[in-house]
Design a protein around this ligand. Structure first.
Ligand code: GLN
Length: 541
């Protein structure tokens, strides 16, 4: 039997609903249950691929090639599972299906209405996701906050599921408790209103997760419980922590796992988060630092926004650093600075390693190429992810093969040396303005050559990694590059596409570029082999 737990936000967004959802999943999983998690985004966008990452955060790519919200990445990292497309829905996606069904006469000539047909489609997706994952528990995070016009139909779906099977559905409200600086006192009133708003959607929360700077004290728990028709024990403190991976442990300190099981009339379980606790202890205790420069075109967005746009890259670096028992220190360097002031490139020598993450467009590209040249010549361990691999190819073409005008056609369509070019099927997509969901997306095989850094890291011949790009390495240049000393260490066997390039071990301590996004498969307890080896090389520097 599958049980469903809805996680709904109150008062304001951005208080860690995704982490809370992932953490609830983690503690249930640690008690021996199969768990999966769903994210509902109330946007009209059909997927996150067309949303601006600076505004919305990273686009997380699933194995089956869906472009989803960064919370899906949180779920994958916490639960160590692969999540597929059915677990991500937006308003646009739900409506699209309903309209397509109507066009196909699947409603048998009936009048198709917003209610019940739209919530019914939401419910169908939730149940299918549970079935496909063979899940005992399905967590469903409803984006936004209660009272927003945008998520009413999703709350309606949740309410309908509760009516259908009252014993199998639970509701969490994740709410924020401000402490106005002039008062110094925590206020519960906004949450009382949020609960009332949820009540008016026909839903009574079973638990309130209290996000605040500090834990909620007993008198306030009491007060909130009385006003919201709840028991004191169902009000769970969720104070700020230094690290997101501490959250499941905090919840367990409140015995949340067994409280949930009890509500579902399931036997309490004692299994503990043993490995997870060991990881958190490493995170808290590592002292030695590894300094990594992340070079890209950054707006004056501030680090806060960058942290959201590159969350999987940041997490992958952290996982790898902890596996090497060091503390990761990341610095964001704006490549445009190197275009204006090349002398600044020298600052790169301060770092133990350099990463160029994925990206799109023209701005800052020349600066990135300069930074890659610096890392290659000055033997700074280098890891290029997607665009970081493509631009490393351009750099090698220009400065090691003498093709001065080499470029990716993403930047210059007319370049005489298109070492990175667009695939024929992608040209058609762009010409016909088919932008949404049309890149090379999802997991593809990659064959690794013996004796290479890549093969030694993975310790396997054939691997699978996730992609999100339109442009590719141009095979016309392969022979020249190899003659000039570049190693092609990974190739897609089906389409003969170059997936990994590297420099020989006797020429550079560690220089690897990958056409895919390894960061999507890194997990806290299972760091990605390439990130792990990159950090190892950085530590040697
Ligand atoms: N802009 C490049 C492409 O589309 C790289 C994309 C990326 O880094 N994800 O191929």
């Amino acid at each position: 039997m599958t049980r469903y737990i809805f996680v709904i936000g109150g008062v304001m967004s951005g208080v860690g609903k995704g982490t809370a959802t992932a953490s609830i999943g983690k503690i249930l999983q640690s008690k021996g249950y199969a768990v999966t998690a769903i994210k509902i985004d109330p946007y009209i966008n059909v997927d996150a691929g067309t949303m601006n990452p600076i505004e919305h955060g990273e686009v997380f790519v699933t194995v089956d090639g869906d472009e989803t919200d960064q919370d899906i990445g949180n779920y994958e990292r916490f639960l160590d599972i692969n999540i597929t497309s059915i677990n991500y829905m937006t308003t646009g996606r739900v409506y699209k299906t309903v309209i397509e069904k109507e066009r196909n006469l699947e409603y048998g000539g009936r009048c198709v209405e917003v209610v019940p047909h739209v919530p019914e489609e939401v419910i169908r997706r939730i149940k299918t996701a549970g079935k496909e994952a063979h899940a005992d528990f399905v967590l469903i995070e409803v984006g936004g906050t209660v009272g927003e016009y945008q998520n009413i139909l999703f709350l309606e779906a949740a309410r309908m599921m509760k009516i259908e099977a009252p014993k199998n559905v639970l509701f969490f409200l994740v709410s924020y408790f401000p402490i106005p600086s002039k008062l110094g006192e925590m206020k519960t009133k906004p949450t009382q209103y949020a609960v009332r708003t949820l009540n008016s959607a026909g839903i009574q929360p079973d638990f309130v997760l209290c996000r605040a700077e500090r834990p909620l004290d007993e008198p306030r728990k009491r007060k909130l419980a009385v006003f919201c028709n709840m028991q004191d024990g169902d009000i769970i403190s969720a104070p700020d922590v230094n690290h997101v991976y501490e959250v499941p442990i905090n919840f367990e300190n409140d015995d949340l796992g067994n409280k949930i099981l009890k509500k579902f009339h399931l036997r309490p379980a004692t299994k503990d988060l043993k490995d997870w606790r060991a990881l958190v202890s490493v995170i808290k205790n590592v002292k030695k630092e590894v300094h990594i420069a992340v070079v890209g075109k950054y707006f004056s967005t501030g680090e806060f926004v960058l942290a959201d746009s590159y969350i999987s890259v940041i997490e992958a670096i952290k996982h790898a650093a902890w596996a090497n028992k060091v503390k990761p220190v990341l610095t964001w360097l704006n490549s445009e600075d190197y275009e204006k002031h090349p002398a600044k490139l020298k600052e790169l020598s301060k770092y133990d390693g350099m990463v160029v993450p994925g990206g799109f467009g023209t701005r800052g590209v020349e600066g990135i190429i300069k930074a890659i040249e610096y890392a290659r010549i000055h033997k700074i361990p280098y890891f290029g992810l997607c665009y970081g691999m493509q631009l490393a190819t351009v750099e090698f073409a220009r400065h090691a093969c003498g093709l001065k005008d080499a470029q990716t056609t993403e930047v210059d369509v007319k370049t005489k040396n298109p070492v990175i070019h667009i695939m024929p099927e992608q040209i058609k997509n762009v010409e016909n303005k088919r932008y949404g969901g049309s890149m090379r997306l999802g997991a593809y095989d990659c064959w690794l050559e013996k004796g290479t850094l890549a093969r030694e890291a993975y310790k396997e011949n054939l691997i699978s990694e996730r992609h999100r790009h339109r442009y590719e390495f141009n095979n016309d240049y392969k022979d020249l590059f190899v003659k000039k000393g570049l190693i092609i260490s990974g190739t897609n066997p089906q389409k003969n596409l170059v997936e990994i390039i590297e420099l020989p071990k006797n020429k550079h301590p560690w220089f690897v570029g990958v056409q895919f996004h390894p960061e999507f498969q890194s997990r806290p307890l299972r760091p990605h082999p390439l990130f792990r080896e990159f950090i190892k090389a950085a530590l040697k520097k």
